[in-house]
Design a protein around this ligand. Structure first.
Ligand SMILES: NC(=O)c1ccc[n+]([C@@H]2O[C@H](COP(=O)([O-])OP(=O)(O)OC[C@H]3O[C@@H](n4cnc5c(N)ncnc54)[C@H](OP(=O)(O)O)[C@@H]3O)[C@@H](O)[C@H]2O)c1
Length: 301
């Protein structure tokens, strides 16, 4: 039987009764290559989801456009009926073309269809949290988000969504959004080597808004750094554990959703919550961002 773990303490999404353990799980890696189609090993994917929840993970990040439908259907198969307290966060703002392409989907009709697709594939009557995902491939772009956000807020008022978050947005868009509806979380690209959002995270923390980095381990091009390797060896940890522990220590409003299709990597990642980094280690890690080369990018949603 999987032992429940300390997952870095917990954080309550603002204005909600949703208390999330800070170490969660991102389901995107469970779909096939290119986030398209089923995984090679369905049983292994289900085992990863069940072990995550058995270890205490109560925050799973997904989208119906992963696959499409694949990760949501795996989540349903592995975990439905869902245990009390499990929060499944999904996202809208794209749909998939027949060739696997990512097509923007922000009209009221597309957002409504997206909510119903997620409800169906997850087997839910109401979605816990829906992130409106805007912007470019991995970086936000300025521009109004009023129209799609208002449509999402309307779906919330119809009782189809409990809470709303935003993904791949700028601080200015967050300000605009707060005038339209309550925002409980932000999901942007951030990790020890990619720290564009440092000031944004610091501004969100006192407001109690969760910041959930996507690509916490570097995404499709996992982090590689001799500094990380050396520090990990000195701490008898792995480089990925150090990268995750750094995020947990970076700010109390950071919640993690590292993605993996591997049980061993899942165990390793969850174990990072128990790793306390000395302040000298944190100082060395802070220097990584200054020296980081831009990572190869792939489509990310
Ligand atoms: N809002 C957005 O635009 C957006 C964009 C991208 C992702 N997301 C969400 O964020 C979550 C996390 O992002 P991500 O999964 O793309 O990237 P990630 O968590 O940074 O990294 C995942 C990659 O790292 C590997 N990995 C995981 N644990 C490892 C370990 N302990 N040692 C070595 N390699 C390891 C995985 O391969 P293995 O499968 O082999 O472990 C995979 O290739 C996703 O699952 C998704 O839910 C959101």
């Amino acid at each position: 039987m999987t032992k429940r773990m300390d997952l870095g303490g917990s954080f309550t999404l603002p204005g909600t009764s949703m208390t999330l353990n800070r170490m969660g799980y991102g389901a995107m890696q469970l779909a096939g290559p290119g986030v398209w189609g089923p995984p090679r090993d369905v049983d292994a994917a289900i085992a990863v989801l069940r072990e995550a929840v058995a270890a205490g993970v109560n925050h799973i990040d997904t989208s119906d456009y992963y696959g499409p439908h694949v990760t949501n259907e795996l989540i349903k198969e592995a975990l439905h009926p869902y245990p009390d307290g499990l929060v499944i966060v999904t996202k809208l703002g794209a749909r998939r073309g027949a060739d696997g392409s990512w097509i923007p989907a922000f009209s009221c009709e597309e957002l409504t269809a997206g909510v119903h697709d997620n409800l169906r594939s997850l087997g839910l009557e109401r979605l816990d949290v829906v992130n409106l995902r805007v912007g470019g491939v991995t970086e936000p772009t300025e521009g109004p988000i009023e129209e799609p956000l208002t449509a999402l807020a309307e779906l919330k008022s119809q009782g189809l969504i409990r809470h709303i978050g935003l993904s791949n947005i700028t601080p200015r868009q967050f300000e605009e959004a707060q005038k339209i509806t309550e925002i409980v979380c932000i999901q942007n690209f951030y990790n020890v080597a990619h720290r564009t959002d440092d000031a944004f995270i610091d501004a969100l923390a006192p407001q109690g808004v969760a910041y959930v980095p996507f690509f916490p381990l570097g995404g499709f091009t996992p982090l590689q750094s001799s500094v990380l390797d050396g520090l990990a060896a000195s701490l008898q940890a792995t480089p990925m554990q150090v990268a995750l522990a750094w995020l947990l220590q970076r700010s109390p409003n950071i919640l993690l959703i590292p993605g993996t299709s591997s049980l061993n990597h899942l165990r390793e990642n969850l174990g990072a919550a128990a790793l306390e980094l000395p302040s000298a280690t944190i100082a060395e890690l802070n220097a990584i961002a200054k020296n980081a080369a831009p990572a190869a990018r792939q489509a990310a949603h």
